[in-house]
Design a protein around this ligand. Structure first.
Ligand code: UD1
Ligand code: UDP
Length: 374
């Protein structure tokens, strides 16, 4: 029997995390040959993910360079991917999410006449400038896509509004929930001694991440100052902030949060310690996409420090709140959660609007069904 050849392309930390369960599922199937190609738009942050999920790429384009422009990432990924696609001739190429690697992967496949499967399709903030450039990447990728794997009903509706044919859209859930199932362990012990020494019972720990391009500058200064002032106001509150490797983020973080003894600025964590830390903390503050999906699943209140979100499901479910990037709004919303028990309890409930942990299986089944050979 001729095998179906599926090429998987990814380049950054979150794509790696969300592709990992799909790769595991593809490898289980006898009638599929999978080829893994990483652009390595991220380097250390992606290598952490490869290590945790034991993924060995067949191709590593190694395009990483510190601080390179969007154009450079796009063109270098496109160039490298073209060569691999021509050599491997896959039947289907999978991309995940909304990064520049995703758009380049979809375009490179399209140029070679290869069918594109877009995992995490149909997310829309409604503002092409925010998140930047992700909203544009999603829309550009959509145009080039044959199979739209939409995590939720709402994501499907977004695509239908843009006139995509319904028979090419599949609601699958988000594979991040599949990934989360691999790693959460109630008795988890950290390698980093600081994280074992924190008093999760008697202190209220805030976990923060922030990296969005449109937040770099004044919005990020507002976020970090508001959180810093809240830590100073409540003696039992501490902050853990694994700082993204983007030097612009690191410089703002160091300047505002660097000298507070109850603020712990640490290096980006591996996925396993990171999610287990999230499982233990009191509140999450973030501008990340993936955290907006993980925190509700783990029952953690999450304040989303962005002006809009493409993930309204967590907000509707009551665990996430979109608080923007104004200092006062962030400060007041944190204060409310820390001083009003009822408000906290209302948000701290486990809900699962993003999937049931079987998204990867569905995605692989659909690809096989749609491409039956022999
Ligand atoms: C990228 C994606 C964003 C995604 C985010 C996840 C684009 C344009 N942006 O943003 O959608 O949400 O990844 O984290 O595709 N760096 C390192 N080592 C690493 C990774 C990053 O040093 O392993 C530093 C480099 O200086 C790099 C900078 O961070 O230039 C920014 O990386 P880049 O991939 O351009 O954008 P992100 O902000 O990480
Ligand atoms: N994450 C991680 N270590 C960290 C911070 C985040 O493993 O120090 C994980 C997190 O659990 C989530 C993903 O990285 O699955 C989110 O990545 P990021 O915030 O960089 O990107 P986004 O989701 O915003 O695209």
């Amino acid at each position: 029997m001729e095998k179906l050849k599926v090429m998987i392309v990814f380049g950054t930390r979150p794509e790696g995390i969300k592709m990992a369960p799909i790769i595991k599922e593809l490898k289980k199937r006898d009638n599929i040959e999978s080829v893994i190609c990483i652009t390595a738009q991220h380097r250390e942050m992606l290598d952490q993910v490869l290590h945790i999920f034991d993924i060995k790429p067949d191709y590593d384009l190694n395009i990483f360079e510190p601080g390179q422009s969007l154009t450079k990432i796009t063109t270098r990924a496109l160039d490298g991917l073209e060569e691999v696609i021509i050599k491997e001739k896959p039947d289907v190429l999978l991309v995940q999410g909304d990064t520049t690697t995703v758009f380049s992967g979809a375009l490179a496949a399209f140029y070679q006449g290869v069918k594109v499967g877009h995992v995490e399709a149909g997310l829309r903030s409604g503002n092409i400038h925010s998140p930047y450039p992700e909203e544009a990447n999603r829309m550009l990728t959509g145009i080039l896509t044959e199979y739209h794997f939409a995590p939720t009903q709402r994501n499907k509706e977004n695509l239908i509004k843009e006139n995509y044919p319904e028979d090419k859209i599949f609601i699958t859930g988000n594979t991040v929930i599949d990934a989360l199932k691999y790693v959460i362990n109630e008795d988890y012990e950290f390698d980093l001694s600081l994280l074992n020494s924190l008093d999760y019972e008697n202190k209220r720990i805030i976990l923060m991440t922030s990296h969005r391009r449109e937040n770099i500058g004044k919005p990020m200064e507002n976020i970090f100052s508001a959180v810093n002032d809240i830590v100073n106001k409540y003696e039992d509150v501490e902050l853990v902030f694994p700082v993204h490797l983007n030097p612009k983020v690191r410089s703002i973080a160091g300047g505002i949060l660097g000298n507070n003894p109850r603020v712990h600025l640490i290096e980006p964590l591996d996925y396993e310690p990171f999610t287990n830390l999230m499982n233990k903390v009191h509140i999450v503050v973030t501008d990340s996409g993936g955290l907006q999906e993980e925190a509700p699943t783990l029952g953690k209140p999450v304040l989303v420090v962005r002006e809009e979100t493409e993930r309204p499901e967590g907000i509707e479910a009551g665990t996430a709140k979109l608080v923007g990037t104004d200092y006062n709004s962030i400060y007041e919303n944190l204060e409310l959660l820390l001083s009003n028990k009822e408000e906290y309890e209302n948000m701290a409930k486990a809900v699962n609007p993003y999937g049931d942990g079987y998204a990867s299986k569905r995605i692989v089944d659909i690809i096989l069904y749609k491409n039956e050979k022999n």
